[in-house]
Design a binder for this molecule. Structure first.
Ligand code: URP
Ligand code: ZN
Ligand code: ZN
Length: 465
């Protein structure tokens, strides 16, 4: 009996190593790594000459089929995971939302149903908690038992998602005991609401006012408060979609003190800026998401944070709404524009391009940011996030030279615009495998809806720092 698949002639890149070797895959796992592995009895041989072999990407922040802002995000679990696969991402962690008065179980069941039979690659869930006034705190332990080992809390969106500090503190006390990780949307929602109401009263209703009413100080203040609450509770904390240097400084200071504080940023904050709102008419709505785009100088600070491990993860916060009919809900009032942008397809290439090809950090650091650290922090390592014997055969054969210009005309996300339209990237996935099965090869999708599995995650493990 031979191997199912042997990948030959490639260069393996993990978070810690770069070396030439063949990889053999059997029963969805990596079965062997070595020089000149036997290919004669293999069902398939893939020649990876000139290409990098990396673990499949893990995007820990997506919103597929999510009701929000009076509509529902445009990608469901089939179209969203398919687009992810085109971009080399083979695991998503999405968010199951507990609405006020509901149990956490209800949220989990609802989102399991949304994904079942649709996802083309593996997926897991965080649970968004909007109400802890019932039995939800003790229910957090039940969800951890189901493999939902992280909880997103909001310090923004008063009346919708926002929790008060006492509730947040109680949730953190619970995770300090059950080993789960709180993911925090850190913006001071109460102060922002005042600024928003004042802007509306002054007739400032265009899309750019979404950004102008959410100052960086509101993000920095909430980030510092979240860290303080976590420190008091003795719990780790993970700051989601960090967008600006002010908040980054708070994370860096906490990590310098040795606290288990982690943060992610997203490609939009690395590539786009408030200047993107300088477009005609209502076009700026394409860039309405939260936290908003910042002044351009923040971008290099964030790249630097990724390089120095002040930031540990790049996710996308993929939350697509079509410009026509969805973003247009806010044509006369920016507060009615559904918040979110599409990005799941291009995370790997944007970060490889701006990080490795541009000389900011190594290919190993790239792998750490997009796969290994996400796997460790969210309880998937070493099943996911690395190339090792026994790990799932989630593999990207990546062409580091290939150039591509991003466009809505060619992307695979179910949305009618791209935030990154016209940006040229260097480095593209050539073949993408999920548990040993080819999902995408040479720009052709060959996977199947429903072949993705729900991942029961372990609790978080610390990453270096
Ligand atoms: O604007 C955004 N980010 N939409 C998705 C919800 C969230 O806060 O992550
Ligand atoms: Zn958020
Ligand atoms: Zn989000």
């Amino acid at each position: 009996m031979g191997f199912d698949t042997v990948i030959t002639n490639g260069t393996i890149v993990t978070a810690v190593d770069t070396y030439a070797a063949d990889i053999a895959l059997t029963n969805g796992k990596i079965a062997a790594i070595g020089k000149d592995l036997p290919t004669q009895n293999a069902n398939a041989v893939i020649d990876a000459r000139g290409r990098l072999i990396m673990p499949g990407g893990i995007d820990v922040h997506t919103h597929l089929d999510m009701p929000f802002g009076g509509t529902t995000s445009a990608d469901d679990f089939e179209t969203g995971t398919r687009a992810a696969a085109f971009g080399g991402t083979t695991t998503l962690i999405d968010f199951a939302i507990q609405y006020k008065g509901q149990t956490l179980r209800k949220a989990f069941d609802t989102w399991m149903n949304k994904a079942a039979g649709k996802a083309v690659c593996d997926y897991a869930f965080h649970c968004i908690m909007t109400d802890v006034s019932g039995g939800q705190l003790s229910e957090m332990n039940d969800l951890v038992g189901e493999g939902v080992t992280s909880f997103k809390l909001f310090m923004a969106y008063p009346g919708v998602f926002m929790l008060d500090d006492g509730s947040i503190f109680k949730a953190l006390q619970t995770t300090s005991k059950n080993g789960a990780l709180v993911c925090m949307h850190a913006e001071n929602g109460s102060a922002i609401d005042v600024i928003v109401q004042q802007a509306l009263a002054e007739g400032k209703k265009a899309p750019k006012y979404h950004a102008l009413t959410r100052p960086t100080t509101a993000e920095a203040e909430a980030t510092a408060r979240a860290i303080a609450l976590a420190e008091m509770a003795g719990a780790p904390i993970y700051i989601v979609h960090l967008s600006c240097n002010d908040a980054l400084e708070k994370v860096r200071e906490a990590r310098d003190r040795g606290l288990p504080v982690y943060a992610e940023t997203c490609p939009q904050y690395l590539y786009l800026s408030i200047d993107n709102f300088d477009v005609p008419g209502f076009e700026g709505a394409k860039y309405v998401f939260t936290p908003p785009l910042r002044e351009k100088w923040h971008q290099e600070k964030l790249w630097n944070g990724l390089q120095r491990d002040h930031l540990q993860v790049v996710s996308t916060d993929h939350c697509p709404f079509c410009f026509k009919e969805q973003k247009e809900l806010g044509k006369d009032d920016f507060t009615k524009i559904p918040n979110g942008g599409p990005g799941v397809e291009h995370r790997m290439s944007l970060i490889y391009s701006g990080g490795v090809a541009a000389g900011r950090f190594s290919a190993n650091r790239f792998v750490e940011l997009v796969a290994t650290a996400p796997a460790k922090l969210f309880g998937l390592y070493p099943r996911k996030g690395t190339i090792a014997v026994g790990s799932d055969a989630d593999i990207v054969i990546f062409d580091p030279q290939r150039k591509h210009t991003i466009s809505a005309k060619t992307h695979h996300m179910r949305v009618d615009y791209s935030m990154f339209e016209g940006i040229e990237i260097t480095g593209m996935p050539h073949v993408v495998l999920s548990r040993g099965r080819v999902l995408m090869q040479a720009d052709r999708f060959v996977g199947r809806a429903g072949q993705g599995e729900f991942l029961r995650r372990a609790t978080y493990t610390q990453v270096n720092g």
